[in-house]
Design a protein around this ligand. Structure first.
Ligand code: B3K
Ligand code: ZN
Length: 854
C-alpha cells in the first residue's frame, strides 16, 4: 500500500471554484451528476486528477461534450484538459444500502445520510478529495416523497418542489467555499425540534434537531447545549455563526461521535438523545461537549480548514481545547480538568508508549482514518493549553483573533497557528514546536532540597522524552510547570503560584527565606502533559491532599499516594493501607469540599493505569492489590460511606452540577459499601436499581452488582434488558456494563454475549459496546490462556469485512504486547500475525496490526 508523507505536499494543480451536484436518491441505486468548474493553478501541463472509490462511472463530459481520452489509474480518474478553465461533468451510480463501511452515502434506519471526513466524498462522486481544494457547492436532490419527505444539505435552502411521479426535490446552496470532507446531505422521514438563536449582531439563526418522530422528546438537552455553545463562542472567542440555518441530524449507525459538516452536523444518536430515564449524567455531559465541539468547528475547522491531513490537530486539538473550556464553564472547572486528565492518561499516554505512537503532527500514514487518535485530539488540545498558559488570557485571545482573521477562508497548517501565537503573544515558540514533531510523553523528575540555616530551597528538575518508533535521542521540550511551595509544619503557602518553564534537560529553581521545610505542589492544573517522578513521601502527598489550594493538585496528590501504595502492593503482594485510608477519611470528613470533587478524589486509579506504572503488567496481581485496598477502604470507612450514601439519597432527579455531584458520590459510596462485603450490600444496590428515577442511579447500581456475584445481579441484568429491549442506546449500556466487569466470569460472558440475538457487528455503537469495552478490561482481556486475544482477533477479522474503520479502532489493546510477560506477549503477537496474514484485509486494519508487530 502507498505511504503518504507530509514532506511530499504539493499545492493542487487544479482548483474547483464551483461544484454543482444533482442526486437522484434511491437506496439501491443513486445517480450522482457532478458539474465541476475547474481552473488550472499556475503554469503546468498536468491533467486533472479526480479521486473516486467504489462507484460505477457512467459518463464524462468536458464543456458539454462527451470525451473519451480519460483513463482510470488505480481509483483515480485522469483527464487531460487543453485550456485553463473548463466545465467537467461526470455521472456515477452508487448503492447506499450496500455501504456497510458507513463512509460516503449510506443508509441508516431507512434514511440516507453521508459521512465524508476524511476521504468519503470520493465514494460519492469523482473529485479532488483533499482538504485544500475549496469549492462553493450547490446541491439538488430528488427522492421518493413518501419515503424521504425531508431533504437536507449544507448551507441554506434555495427551492423545493414536487414532481408528478411521486418524487420531490430540493436545492440547497452553501455560500462558503469548503473542502469536500465537509459536504453532507440527509434524506429521510424525520421530525424536527426547532429553536432559534439571535447572534450578537442581531441575525436570527433557525436551529433544527432532526430525529425520528418517537425521539423528539429526547432532543431538548442537545438544543439547549447548542444555544449555549453559540453564545459561548461569541463571548469567549468573538466568533459568530454565519448562515441562516443550523441543522443537526441524529443517526443510529455512525463510525464515531459526530461530524461538523457546514450547517448540517450529523451525529451519532448517542450524542443527541437524552432523557433522565435513558441517559446518565455522563451522557448528558458528553452530549453538551460534542454538540459544542461540532459547533465550534464552524470556525476552527470549517472557516479555517486544514491544508492536508497531517495538519489534522490544527482543527481537532484546538477544537477539543475549546470544548473543554466550554464544559468547564458549565459546572465545576476543577472536576472537568480532573476528568480530562483522567481521559488523557487512559487513552493518550498508553498510545504514546505503544508501537502506534505518533507525533501530534504525524510524518506519514497509510490510512488517514487511523490518525483520529487521542494524540491528535487530546494531546493536541494540551499543546494549545500550554501555549494559552504561557501567553496568558489576553494575549491568547489576541492570538486566536489574529489566527481567525488572517486565515479565514483558507486551508492552514499547525505552523500557521503557532506563528499567530508567537506574533500576538510576543513569545518565541521555536523550541515549543518540538511538541508537534516529537512523540512520547516527557518524564520529569523532581527533587526539593532545603537548608534550614540559610532559608534557601532548591527545586531540581530534569526531563527526558522517551524513544518512540522511528524517534530516539530526543531534544528537551518546553514544559510550563505551575508550582507552589507549602510549609510542612504550618500548612501555609510559602510562595505564590509560579510558572516555571523547563526547557533544558535539567534546571534548578531557588527560593529564599523559606523558614520551614517546604513541600512542593507540582504541575498544578496539570499545566504540562507529562509524567512526574518526585521524591515526595507518602506523608508529603497526604499533606498536599489536605492543604493544597489547587483542586487538581490536591486530587493528584491523592492519586499519587494511592498509586504508590497499589504499585508496592502489586510488586510485593501486600502493602500498608493506612496512609490511603486516612487520606480518604480526611477527604470525606471535609465539609468544604464539593461532592463531585470528593467522588473523584476517593476513587482508586484504574487497573490499567496501575499497569502503566509497572515495567511488566501483571493483571491478576494488580486486580488483587486493588481489590484488597477497596475492601479495606470499604470496611474501615464503612460508616462514612453510609453517611455519604444517605446524604445523596432521597432527592428527585435534576440535572444540575450540584445534583450530579451528589449522585456521583452516592454511587462511589455504594461501590465501597459493596467492596466492604457488608451483608446487606447487594440488597442495597438492588434497591437502588429498582427505585431509581434516572439512568445514572440505575446504571450505577447495575455496574456495582455486575462486579460481583449475587442473585440480585442476575435479576437486575434481566430486568434491565426487558425494560429497555426497544432502546438500542440503552442496550449498548447493558452490553458494555457486562464487558467492563471486573468479575472473574467476564471472558465467558463476553463470548456468549457475542452470540446474543441483540448483538450485531453492523452497528458500530453495538460493536464498540462489547468488543471495545472488553479490550480495555485489563483483567478480563488478559486472562491467562489467551482466549480473550483470540476472541478479539476473530471479531476484528469479521468486522473488517463490513467496516474497516471501526475494526481498526478496536485493535490497539492487542498491540500492547510489549508491556506483558513473555507468555502473554507471544499469544498477543500470534493473534496480530494471524490478522496481518488474513486475505483481503483492509489497509485500515493492516496498518494498525502490522505497526503493532514492529
Ligand atoms: N471531524 C470529525 C471526525 C471525523 C473522523 C473521521 N474518521 C468529528 C470531530 O472531530 O468533530
Ligand atoms: Zn473535531
Amino acid at each position: 500500500p502507498t505511504i503518504f508523507r507530509r514532506e511530499d505536499y504539493t499545492a493542487p494543480a487544479w482548483t474547483v471554484p464551483e461544484t454543482a451536484l444533482d442526486f437522484a436518491l434511491d437506496p439501491a441505486a443513486t445517480r450522482v451528476r457532478a458539474r465541476l468548474s475547474v481552473e488550472r493553478s499556475g503554469a503546468h501541463d498536468l491533467p486533472l486528477v479526480l479521486d473516486g472509490a467504489g462507484q460505477k462511472l457512467l459518463s464524462v463530459t468536458v464543456d458539454g461534450i462527451a470525451v473519451n481520452d480519460w483513463r482510470i489509474e488505480g481509483e483515480q480518474l485522469i483527464l487531460p484538459l487543453p485550456g485553463d478553465a473548463h466545465l467537467v461533468e461526470t455521472e456515477v451510480e452508487i448503492a447506499p444500502e450496500r455501504n456497510t463501511q458507513l463512509m460516503g452515502l449510506y443508509a441508516s434506519g431507512g434514511n440516507l445520510c453521508t459521512q465524508c471526513e476524511a476521504e468519503g466524498f470520493r465514494r460519492i462522486t469523482y473529485f479532488p478529495d483533499r482538504p485544500d481544494v475549496l469549492s462553493t457547492y450547490t446541491v439538488r436532490m430528488s427522492a421518493d416523497k413518501a419515503r424521504f419527505p425531508v431533504l437536507l444539505a449544507n448551507g441554506d435552502p434555495v427551492a423545493q418542489g414536487d414532481n408528478d411521479d411521486g418524487t420531490h426535490w430540493a436545492e440547497w446552496h452553501d455560500p462558503y467555499p469548503k473542502p469536500s470532507y465537509l459536504f453532507a446531505l440527509v434524506a429521510g422521514d424525520l421530525a424536527v425540534n426547532r429553536g432559534s438563536f439571535t447572534t450578537r449582531s442581531g441575525r436570527t439563526v433557525e436551529l433544527g434537531i432532526w430525529v425520528r418522530e418517537a425521539d423528539l422528546a429526547k432532543t431538548h438537552h442537545a438544543l439547549h447545549a447548542l444555544k449555549l455553545s453559540m453564545a459561548w463562542d461569541e463571548r469567549v472567542y468573538g466568533r459568530e455563526y454565519d448562515l441562516d440555518v443550523f441543522n443537526i441530524v441524529a443517526v443510529d449507525d455512525f463510525n464515531f461521535g459526530a461530524m461538523e459538516n457546514k450547517g448540517l452536523n450529523i451525529f451519532n444518536s448517542r450524542y443527541i438523545l437524552a432523557d433522565p430515564d435513558t441517559a446518565t449524567d455522563y451522557d448528558y455531559d458528553a452530549i453538551a461537549a460534542v454538540v459544542a465541539h461540532e459547533y465550534f468547528h464552524n470556525w476552527s475547522g470549517n472557516r479555517i480548514t486544514c491544508r492536508d491531513w497531517f495538519q489534522l490537530s490544527l482543527k481537532e486539538g484546538f477544537t477539543v481545547y475549546r470544548d473543554q473550556g466550554f464544559s468547564a464553564d458549565q459546572g465545576s472547572a476543577a472536576v472537568k480538568r480532573i476528568e480530562d486528565v483522567r481521559g488523557l492518561r487512559a487513552g493518550q499516554f498508553p498510545e504514546d508508549a505503544s508501537a502506534l505512537a505518533h507525533p501530534v503532527r504525524p510524518e506519514s500514514y497509510l490510512e488517514i482514518s487511523n490518525f483520529y487518535t487521542a494524540t491528535i485530539y487530546n494531546k493536541g488540545a494540551e499543546l494549545i493549553r500550554m501555549m494559552a498558559t504561557m501567553l496568558g488570557e489576553q494575549r491568547f485571545r489576541a492570538a486566536t483573533d489574529l489566527y481567525f482573521d488572517r486565515y479565514d477562508g483558507t486551508a492552514a497548517t499547525c505552523e500557521d497557528f503557532v506563528t499567530c501565537m508567537e506574533e500576538a503573544g510576543e513569545i518565541d515558540l521555536s523550541q515549543f514546536r518540538l511538541w508537534y514533531s516529537q512523540a512520547g510523553t516527557p518524564r520529569v523528575s523532581v527533587s526539593l532540597e532545603h537548608e534550614p540555616g540559610s532559608g534557601r530551597a532548591t527545586l531540581n528538575l530534569a526531563q527526558k522524552v522517551p524513544d518512540t518508533p522511528g524517534q530516539s535521542s530526543k531534544q528537551p521540550q518546553v514544559l510550563p510547570l505551575k508550582i507552589r511551595l507549602f510549609g510542612a509544619e504550618t500548612g501555609e503557602a510559602l510562595t505564590d503560584e509560579q510558572l516555571v518553564i523547563l526547557s533544558d534537560a535539567s534546571a534548578s529553581v531557588t527560593f529564599e527565606t523559606i523558614a520551614e521545610r517546604p513541600i512542593v505542589s507540582l504541575n498544578r492544573g496539570f499545566s504540562a502533559p507529562v509524567v512526574i517522578e518526585s521524591d515526595r513521601t507518602a506523608a508529603d502527598l497526604a499533606f498536599l491532599a489536605r492543604h493544597d489550594d489547587d483542586p487538581f493538585a490536591r486530587y493528584e496528590a491523592m492519586q499519587q499516594l494511592m498509586l504508590d501504595t497499589l504499585v508496592a502492593a502489586t510488586i510485593e503482594g501486600a502493602a500498608d493501607h493506612a496512609a490511603v485510608i486516612a487520606a480518604v477519611a480526611d477527604t470525606l470528613d471535609n465539609p468544604e469540599l464539593d461532592p463531585a470533587f470528593v467522588a473523584e478524589a476517593v476513587l482508586l486509579p484504574s487497573e490499567s493505569f496501575i499497569g502503566d506504572q509497572l515495567s511488566t503488567v501483571d493483571p491478576d496481581a494488580i486486580h488483587a492489590a486493588r481489590e484488597a485496598l477497596r475492601r479495606d477502604l470499604g470496611r474501615d470507612l464503612e460508616a462514612r460511606w453510609r453517611t455519604a450514601y444517605e446524604a445523596g439519597s432521597g432527592r428527585a432527579y435534576a440535572y444540575t452540577p450540584e445534583d450530579k455531584g451528589r449522585r456521583r458520590l452516592r454511587n462511589v459510596a455504594l461501590g465501597y459499601i459493596v467492596a466492604s462485603g457488608a451483608d446487606d450490600a447487594a440488597g442495597l444496590a438492588y434497591a437502588q436499581f429498582a427505585a431509581a428515577d434516572n439512568m445514572t442511579d440505575r446504571q450505577g447500581a447495575l455496574t456495582t452488582l455486575v462486579a460481583g456475584h449475587s442473585a440480585e445481579r442476575d435479576r437486575a441484568l434481566g430486568e434491565f434488558f426487558q425494560r429497555y429491549a426497544g432502546n438500542s442506546l440503552v442496550l449498548d449500556k447493558w452490553f458494555q456494563t457486562q464487558a467492563l466487569s471486573p468479575a472473574d466470569d467476564t471472558p465467558a460472558l463476553v463470548t456468549s454475549l457475542a452470540e446474543h440475538p441483540a448483538f450485531s457487528l453492523a452497528n458500530p455503537n453495538r460493536a464498540r459496546s462489547l468488543i471495545g469495552a472488553f479490550g480495555v478490561n485489563q483483567r478480563a482481556f488478559h486472562a491467562a490462556g489467551g482466549a480473550g486475544y483470540r476472541w478479539l482477533a476473530d471479531q476484528l477479522i469479521a468486522l473488517d469485512v463490513l467496516n474497516p474503520q471501526t475494526a481498526a479502532k478496536l485493535l490497539p489493546p492487542l498491540g500492547r504486547w510489549r508491556r506483558f510477560d513473555p507468555t502473554r506477549a507471544a499469544l498477543m503477537r500470534a493473534e496480530l500475525q494471524r490478522i496481518v496474514a488474513h486475505p483481503g484485509l483492509s489497509k485500515d486494519l493492516f496498518e494498525q496490526a502490522s505497526k503493532s508487530l514492529e
